[in-house]
Design a protein around this ligand. Structure first.
Ligand SMILES: [Zn+2]
Length: 67
């Protein structure tokens, strides 16, 4: 399991490509949608002081790498 706690929160709104990554449908780092995609923890977004946590995935090349 990658350590994602050091990632800075993303500011909302995000663009569509980033949203796909936040939704766990593409690698959080490169955006690849080729399986296997591996759960790597959570990324955070902030909006108006609220923080949302998203379960994100990464391709084998980017497990352990931040966005
Ligand atoms: Zn990747």
């Amino acid at each position: 399991m990658a350590n994602t706690t050091g990632w800075p929160p993303l500011a909302l709104p995000v663009d569509g490509a980033t949203l796909v990554r936040l939704q766990g449908r593409a690698c959080i780092s490169c955006g690849s949608t080729e399986p296997p995609l591996i759960p790597v923890g959570h990324a955070e977004t902030s909006s108006g002081g609220a923080v949302l946590r998203w379960a994100v995935v990464a391709c084998p090349d980017h497990v352990g790498v931040g966005p």
